[in-house]
Design a protein around this ligand. Structure first.
Ligand code: CAA
Length: 386
């Protein structure tokens, strides 16, 4: 059965920090952030946005009435969920107006949650070909001021409709995956910020990539030349370059060159947003599809998902004819272009703000323009009002 991505949308908050200006204030050569790490702008989430509101805005940008009738499963991938018990998918279901007989679940494994959602969605559609599944990857990546991870923060969400006979990308059931119990990046329940061993996390990402790519080749008999382009989880865009280098080790130089061409299209959005954890791989896919030239029908794309802790998975999809007609390039470009640049003082003040941890009620000041269709208005009696 032909199952895959029928629609894909994206949302990021309306404010960002310029990476060169952040570098100057931190006393770092700006080229370290823009070239060494590969980031130009970093999305910042004010208090009125959390992973739920970001996901709702991403979903609203793609769903129509037919989707809302046919979706019977909402899978919310996140590692910055807003409740230890209630699933973020429930708010998304309500705020997007999806029919009442749907199920709603939140999935967590670091940056891998949305990929887990896609794999579950594929199985669900195989059993229920006339239904659709809404898969979300929504996160706010926050490492804290002056931390090693500070230039690799970001905020945003990707929403995808998974269905039979998809109009954008057919997904093959060809995954090679692996799990390894390591401590490269994690966030204890008490902490707002993750604990990260930066260098080890880079090594783990690349180590699992090499492993699953080796298994994938054995399983499928496919080679680099079978792929038109590769998309990677991008904690920062330089990571994609390292990933291509790891995959093309010992290969013909022309293969590296070919993959590097599409790499530039696949990082365009991520460069301007930063890390969005669960959504990052799919933001990169969206960037390739919207910002790159039209690729041939049947062209195969490789996708590598990595979630610290750690799970790695390599899988692939095949492009549909006229896929460009089903994208929302202009509206995604305006989400990025209509943002306001924050001064470093404003950014620091936003990062320093948090919802009360003792259950005190709070009304959130939303006297701002362009904050999306969904935003957090207040928390009253420990209940969030969007
Ligand atoms: N001009 C150009 N390049 C420069 C430069 C300059 N002036 N100064 C430094 N650089 C280059 C360095 O050579 C280096 O390049 P390579 O990685 O190719 O060697 C790059 O800039 C980064 O420099 P450092 O390694 O010195 O940077 P750092 O010590 O500040 O750490 C980091 C970078 C590890 C990514 C850190 O920001 C971090 O810990 N980030 C959070 C963790 C993370 O993103 N890990 C990624 C893998 S884990 C994962 O993928 C899951 C996830 O989403 C978190």
């Amino acid at each position: 059965m032909d199952i895959g991505i029928d629609k894909i949308g994206f949302y990021t908050p309306n404010v960002y920090v310029d990476m060169e200006k952040l570098a100057e204030v931190r006393g770092v050569d700006p080229a370290k952030y823009t070239i060494g790490i590969g980031q130009e702008k970093m999305a910042v989430a004010p208090l009125h946005h959390d992973s739920v509101s970001l996901a709702v805005n991403a979903a609203l940008s793609i769903l129509d009435d037919e989707d809302k009738e046919k979706i019977d499963f909402v899978l919310f991938g996140s590692e910055s969920g807003v409740d230890h018990s209630k699933s973020g998918a429930v708010w998304v279901h309500n705020l997007t107006g999806i029919q009442k007989n749907a199920r709603c679940v939140e999935l967590k494994h670091a940056c891998y949650g949305a990929t887990a959602g896609i794999k579950l969605a594929m199985g669900h559609i195989a059993l229920n070909p006339d239904k659709k599944v809404l898969v979300l990857g929504a996160d706010i990546a926050k490492y804290g001021l002056n931390s090693g991870g500070e230039p690799t923060q970001g905020a945003g969400a990707v929403a995808m409709v998974i269905s039979s006979n998809p109009r954008i990308l057919s997904l093959d059931n060809d995954s090679a995956s692996m799990t390894k119990d390591i401590s490269d990046f994690w966030r204890p329940l008490y902490s707002d910020f993750p604990i990260v061993d930066g260098k080890f996390s880079n090594e783990a990402y690349l180590g699992l990539l090499k492993d699953v790519w080796g298994t994938y080749k054995e399983q499928t008999d496919r080679e680099l030349s079978d792929f038109e382009a590769m998309c990677f989880h991008l904690p920062y865009t330089k990571m994609g370059k390292k990933a291509i280098q790891a995959m093309t080790e010992g290969a013909d130089e022309s293969e590296t060159k070919r993959l590097m061409n599409s790499y530039h299209d696949s990082i365009y959005y991520n460069k301007q947003v930063g890390n969005i954890y669960t959504g990052s791989l799919y933001l990169s896919l969206l960037s390739l599809l919207e910002q790159g030239p039209e690729l041939k029908e049947g062209a195969r794309l490789g996708l590598y998902s990595y979630g610290s802790g750690a799970v790695g998975e390599f899988f692939s999809g095949v492009l549909k004819s006229d896929y460009k007609k089903h994208l929302h390039k202009e509206s995604h470009e305006s989400v990025l272009d209509d943002r306001r640049e924050l001064s470093i003082e404003e950014y620091e003040s936003i990062l320093g703000r948090a919802l009360p941890k003792d259950g005190t009620d709070i009304e959130i000041d939303n006297e701002q323009v362009n904050i999306g269709k969904a935003y957090l208005e207040a928390v009253k009696g420990d209940i969030r009002k969007y």
